[in-house]
Design a protein around this ligand. Structure first.
Ligand SMILES: Nc1ncnc2c1ncn2[C@@H]1O[C@H](COP(=O)(O)OP(=O)(O)OP(=O)(O)O)[C@@H](O)[C@H]1O
Ligand SMILES: [Mg+2]
Length: 289
């Protein structure tokens, strides 16, 4: 892999990254020796078992955390901290409840000193793309979860970042809303073509949205596999029943299953049945014992 950015902006390059957390005198490696790329305008998902270091990776690229070892570059320059070139969307909605939808979207532009007219116009264009223009004067507590998250995405896009970092943005939504959100996101991405690093537990979601999917191992997270998603663009809901889509989902599920078992096996194996009073076991458990 070369560190040199390809044409366009928004190239994330992670090289031999290790992130170590130290707490109460003991330390654990959350991710170990990870190298990956998100090319300019590419949509890349990261999946892996719970606790394997996905959010840690995203927080490193966001500039909220520093590498313990290795390099993290944006367009060839080391990431030194948070910046307006990277928009971040988390699972929890983080809108300002005292501001209208449009004012929430305009906030980042206001901080950058953009004039009132220009920021209103930019906010209205993006709200239109997300199907939210009719709600520009509503307040967050008047919106559904899906709508709040769409405002969150639009707000992160308002400052024209080169990169969007999304950590399970649809994780709190019901499955029907989630599917609609995936369609809205893929349509917006199709028009804006910025680089996206997307974290999810939902394998169908990763396949539907992505150009490539990285699969991580159980902690300490390493890259286990890199799977290209050769489905055509623009993505449409009917693709989710195509043989290619289903085969990719099957392949990714099997890769993840191995790692989830490894993650859980580690936990269970460490404790075993130590201290368990076998005489208390019911019939089903006795069969296992
Ligand atoms: N601030 C912290 N201090 C100490 N350990 C941490 C800290 N943040 C995360 N960890 C540990 O690092 C590992 C990776 O955490 P991380 O949140 O990155 O995982 P994840 O893959 O995002 O998990 P999930 O899928 O459950 O969101 C976990 O074992 C976690 O307990
Ligand atoms: Mg996480």
């Amino acid at each position: 892999m070369s560190d040199a950015p390809k044409a366009g902006r928004g190239h994330i390059a992670i090289r031999d990254l290790t992130v170590r957390y130290t707490q109460h005198g003991s330390s654990i490696d959350a991710v170990s020796n990870v190298s990956l790329d998100v090319q300019p305008g590419e949509f890349v998902s990261i999946i892996g078992p719970s606790g394997c270091g996905k959010s840690t990776l995203l927080n490193i690229v966001a500039g909220f955390l520093k590498p313990s070892d290795g390099k993290v570059l944006l367009d060839g320059a080391p990431i030194k901290g948070p910046g307006a070139d990277r928009g971040v969307v988390f699972q929890q909605y983080s809108l300002f409840p005292w501001m209208s939808v449009r004012k929430n979207v305009e906030f980042g532009l206001k901080m950058q000193g953009v004039s009132a007219n220009a920021r209103t116009s930019a906010a209205r264009t993006l709200l239109g793309l997300a199907g939210l223009l009719a709600f520009e004067n509503h307040y967050p507590d008047q919106l559904s979860g899906g709508m709040k998250q769409r405002v969150g995405i639009v707000r992160a896009l308002a400052t024209s970042p080169q990169v969007m970092l999304m950590d399970e943005p649809f994780g709190a939504l019901d499955s029907q809303t989630r599917v609609v959100m995936q369609e809205i996101l893929t349509n917006m991405w199709q028009q804006l073509r910025l680089s996206v690093m997307f974290i999810t537990h939902d394998i169908e979601e990763a396949v539907f949205l992505s150009d490539r999917v990285y699969v991580m191992t159980a902690r300490p997270g390493r890259i286990k596999a890199e799977i290209p998603i050769p489905l055509p663009r623009p993505r449409t809901p009917d693709m989710t029943s195509s043989p290619t889509f289903l085969a990719l989902v099957r392949q990714l599920k099997s890769l993840i299953r191995e790692e989830s078992l490894a993650a859980m096996g580690g936990e269970l194996g460490a404790r075993g049945l130590e201290g368990f009073d076998r005489s208390l076991a019911g019939e089903g458990m006795q069969a296992v014992l």
